[in-house]
Structure formats: structure tokens, C-alpha cells
Design a protein around this ligand. Structure first.
Ligand code: GLU
Length: 515
């Protein structure tokens, strides 16, 4: 059966031979794929032209011909978050919970930031498969400010490579505030995630272009990273930034005095470029897609365009992980454990590699300069889902939305049965260490002991009996493990059972308990 035919049959649950356009769109949207997704352009145009229709299998095939692989993954629940509607509900509850927090103060070093209402709050999440959700003010514009720093760093790496870029900027957390007048022992900015470092990357990018072309390059880069969402340049913010930039001018002069810049860099033009990058206006939805592009190794999930090399994103995420959250970076890496970058506009851009990008925007900041609700939302997210970088090392009750419900239990059941069938005792031990119950049976009622007996794996049978598994479970044909051993002439196995019976008769109860 072709992909399109199986998609049709899956959506036509009642077998009526017709699928409505509404049902098709509903399937897409509940899996997090909006009709506005660039990959659905031809379907969108068709719907706009022909309106809602009831499609036969052949018509359906034609309508989805340009998006059948995406739709196949949708109906097969193969997207990275297979139950996206359930995940979205959990995010909504986190969003509502975080909304109640009212501490923090809006940045006031320029009037434009000081004027933003404190109650603005938007959350957007975009996955590496282009699933997208947003709540609150996620479509309202704000300026990038420090969240431009990962983008500037990636752009510099793409153009000049790691070696050249890092001959002008270090990669250690500074231990000081983001605009501290300080450089490292080599006279270079400590890292690209603080102001001095971003001024440096601003100096390195597209030096041969005119100022106007450099700005065009930056905005078109951001549009590519966000799947084509338009971004604007906020001229008023740029002027304000420039007027209140004594510290940034001081940093640039200090770096010039130390010989940190490449020869011939014009520091005024460089600072103007940095202020321009800070003054690009986006919204949380667009920024979540930027973060998803980083999570996806540099390929924008919604357009399939490779914007950055995978290596570039790897370097950038490493820097964000160690230096992205101002003076809270170490604490954030410990407690939340994902790469992130915050900015004085109140946005936190966070990345769960190979899974999703997140943008949380809420202007009131804490004493370190991080959005109070942004940090709290991410803490709660990590408390609920196993997204911390090292969560895979520990057994916890956290949810894994990457997996279908019960996938883990069924995986363990089949792993144990397969291990028993090939006599792999080490694998059985590993599963026990994970808390797996070796009495669990598959849908035919077959247990690991059935398989180990039927295949004659004495060591595995011995191990299972030592683990006190039930020795007389019946499969759906009424067979016990011992009956399987007899049927397959596994005489050695029968001996193990006999010996065990004899021992259990002979060994006094107190010894059994002691053992
Ligand atoms: N434009 C801001 C400044 O230079 C960027 C800093 C930030 O967002 O952390 O102070």
C-alpha cells in the first residue's frame, strides 16, 4: 500500500471511503503541525481554492501529494513528540501556573524597555519536526537584545571557523556581569555570550559588506532561522541603545587597546552593528523556531533549509550551556541542565538538542538579569519532563513526551523475552536493575522463563529461578515453561527444575530466608 493510501485509511476511521478536509486538517493540527507550516503550502493553496471537500482515496492522494511523507509521519505518530496534543495541555498548565508569579523588575536602562507592560507573558515551543505551540503573548514583538548573541556567534563561526573566531574571543564563563569592564588573561572577551564577546563577533561578521548589506544579511539570517517569519528592525530602540551605550563603548575601547580586534576594525561601526542586532524585533513564536533550528543541528525544521553547519550549532549550544544565563549560568546548568540564552528584554531562548526549541518571554527580570517567569517556567518544565541534559542517567518519575505511553514497559517486556530466548543473562540482569518485573508476559502470555526453557538456555533458566520468578505461568495455549522444555526435549532444563524442587524440599525455611 502506498503511503498516501495508508494515511487515507488511517484518517477514514469508519471506512466510509471518504475523508473530509476538516478531518485531515484536524489530524495535522492535533499533532502540532499548523496549516500555515511552509511544508503544507500546496495543500493550503488547494484548500483556499476549493474550500472544504469530501475526498475519495484518489482525490486525497492528489491533494496531499506534496506533503505525503509529513502526513505519513503524523498518522504513524512518528514525530518527535508523538502525542503533541497531550504535551500541549501540560505546557498550558505550566504556563498558567507560572503566570501567577509577579516578582522582578523590567529593564529600565532605555525608555523602550522600561515602557513594556510587566504582565506580558508568552511561551512558544517548536520541535525539530516543526510541531509548534504557543500561549499568551507569543505573537507580540520584542527586541532580541542579548538573545542575538548566539546568532552573531554562529554567523561568525560559519564565516571564519572556530579557530579564527576563538583567536578573538574566549570560551570561559566570566564570573562577572554581562557588561563588566573586564577581559580574560589574553586580553580577549571571556566568551561570545556577554557584551564584550558579542561586540567582538559583531566585528568579525561580513566585514567586506557595506553597513546596509551587513544589516540585511543579519535580518535575512534570522528569517531563515525562524522558517521565514518576518523580523523588523526597531529604529527607536537602536537610537536608545546607542545613546545609553557608554559601557559598550568602554568595552570596545578596552578591547581595541588590548589589540583584541582584527586589524582595521572600525569600532564605531562595530558597535552600531551590535546595537542593530539587539534592536531586531521578533516574537516568541519566531524565536522558538530559531531555537528549534539550533536543536536540529542547524536545519530549520519548517523549511528544511540548512542555515548553519551542525558543528556550528554544537559550539553555540556548548557556549549557551556554560555562559548563556548571565551570572546564573552555573546554577541554571545544574538545575535546569539545557543550553539557554536570556536577554534584558525578558526572553529566554532554550534548546533541547534533537527535540525542541523554546522561547519564554516575560519582561520582569531577577537580580541576575534573567526573566523571572522564564527561569521558573523552564525549571517547572524540567521538573515534569526528563529534558535535563543528564536525566538519562537516572531513573525518575519524570515524563518522556518523546515516547508513546507504555512504550517503555512494552520495550522492557520484549527485551527481557528476547534476552531469555538467546540466553543473554547480562541483559536480564540489566533489566532487573531497571526495576523490570521478569514475570511480565507478552500478549500471548509468554514469559522470559517460557522462552529460556523452550530454547534450552540453562544459565538463563537458573538465573530466572534464582530471581524467584513464577515457575508455572501458563501462556495462552495453556503451556507452562516446564511443558515447553519437555516438548522441545530440553532434558538439562528439566533437571534444573527437578533439582530445584529437591533443594526446596531439603533446605530449612530459615536458610531460604537467609539466602
Ligand atoms: N543591549 C543590551 C546592552 O548592551 C544587551 C544586553 C542584554 O540583553 O543582556 O546592555
Amino acid at each position: 500500500m502506498t503511503n498516501s493510501k495508508s494515511v487515507f485509511r488511517s484518517i477514514d476511521a469508519k471506512g466510509s471511503g471518504k475523508v473530509s478536509v476538516e478531518a485531515l486538517v484536524h489530524n495535522l493540527e492535533s499533532s502540532g503541525i499548523a496549516l500555515s507550516d511552509p511544508r503544507l503550502q500546496s495543500l493550503r493553496l488547494r484548500i483556499a481554492k476549493e474550500g472544504s471537500a469530501s475526498l475519495s482515496s484518489e482525490e486525497f492522494e492528489e491533494w496531499i501529494s506534496h506533503s505525503s511523507s509529513l502526513l505519513t509521519r503524523v498518522v504513524k505518530s512518528e514525530l518527535v513528540i508523538p502525542r503533541f496534543d497531550e504535551f500541549a495541555k501540560e505546557i498550558e498548565s505550566l504556563f498558567n501556573h507560572t503566570r501567577g508569579i509577579e516578582s522582578g523588575a523590567v529593564a529600565n536602562y532605555i525608555p523602550h524597555l522600561a515602557r513594556v507592560p510587566e504582565n506580558k507573558f508568552g511561551v512558544a515551543i517548536s520541535t525539530i519536526d516543526g510541531q509548534h505551540l504557543s500561549f499568551g503573548d507569543a505573537e507580540e514583538g520584542f527586541t532580541l537584545q542579548s538573545s542575538c548573541k548566539p546568532i552573531l556567534y554562529c554567523a561568525a563561526l560559519e564565516e571564519l571557523g572556530e579557530k579564527t573566531v576563538h583567536s578573538h574571543v574566549g570560551r570561559e564563563p566570566s564570573g562577572f556581569s554581562f557588561n563588566e569592564l573586564t577581559l580574560n588573561k589574553q586580553g580577549l572577551p571571556h566568551n561570545p555570550m556577554i557584551n564584550a564577546g558579542a561586540i567582538m563577533t559583531s566585528a568579525l561578521i561580513k566585514r567586506s559588506l557595506s553597513t546596509a548589506d551587513r544589516l540585511d544579511y543579519l535580518t535575512s539570517l534570522i528569517e531563515s532561522l525562524s522558517g521565514g517569519r518576518p523580523c523588523h528592525f526597531n529604529n527607536a530602540v537602536w537610537h536608545s541603545e546607542r545613546e545609553s551605550a557608554d559601557r559598550n563603548f568602554a568595552l570596545a575601547h578596552l578591547m581595541r587597546e588590548q589589540g583584541a580586534f582584527p586589524d582595521g576594525v572600525d569600532i564605531n561601526a562595530t558597535l552600531d552593528y551590535f546595537f542593530s542586532a539587539c534592536s531586531v524585533e521578533v516574537d516568541a513564536s519566531a524565536l522558538a523556531i530559531v531555537a528549534a533550528t539550533l536543536a536540529n543541528g542547524g536545519i530549520c525544521p519548517q523549511t528544511g533549509e540548512r542555515v548553519f553547519a551542525a558543528e556550528t550549532t554544537k559550539h553555540c549550544l556548548s557556549m549557551m550551556h556554560s555562559c548563556g544565563m548571565y551570572n546564573y549560568s552555573g546554577e541554571f546548568a545544574f538545575t535546569v541542565g539545557i543550553p539557554a540564552k536570556s536577554s534584558v528584554s525578558g526572553v529566554v531562548l532554550a534548546v533541547i538538542p534533537n527535540v525542541m526549541g523554546i522561547a519564554v518571554w516575560s519582561p520582569p527580570l531577577d537580580s541576575c538579569g534573567n526573566s523571572v517567569r522564564g527561569v521558573e517556567f523552564l525549571k517547572q518544565l524540567i521538573g515534569r519532563f526528563n529534558f535535563h541534559n543528564y536525566d538519562s542517567l537516572v531513573e525518575s518519575q519524570k515524563k518522556d513526551p518523546r515516547r508513546l505511553p507504555h512504550a517503555r514497559e512494552t520495550d522492557h517486556i520484549y527485551q527481557a523475552i528476547y534476552a531469555a530466548s538467546i540466553g543473554d543473562v547480562s541483559e536480564l540482569k540489566r533489566l532487573v536493575a531497571y526495576g523490570h518485573n521478569l514475570n511480565s508476559a507478552d500478549y500471548d502470555g509468554r514469559t522470559p522463563l517460557h522462552l529460556a526453557c523452550a530454547e534450552g538456555h540453562a544459565e538463563a533458566v537458573q538465573y530466572l529461578l534464582d530471581q524467584q520468578v513464577d515457575t508455572t505461568p501458563k501462556d495462552r495455549w495453556g503451556n507452562t515453561p516446564l511443558a515447553d522444555a519437555k516438548r522441545h526435549d530440553r532434558f538439562g532444563i528439566e533437571e534444573i527444575f527437578k533439582l530445584r524442587k529437591r533443594c526446596s524440599r531439603q533446605v530449612p525455611q530459615s536458610n531460604v530466608r537467609a539466602a
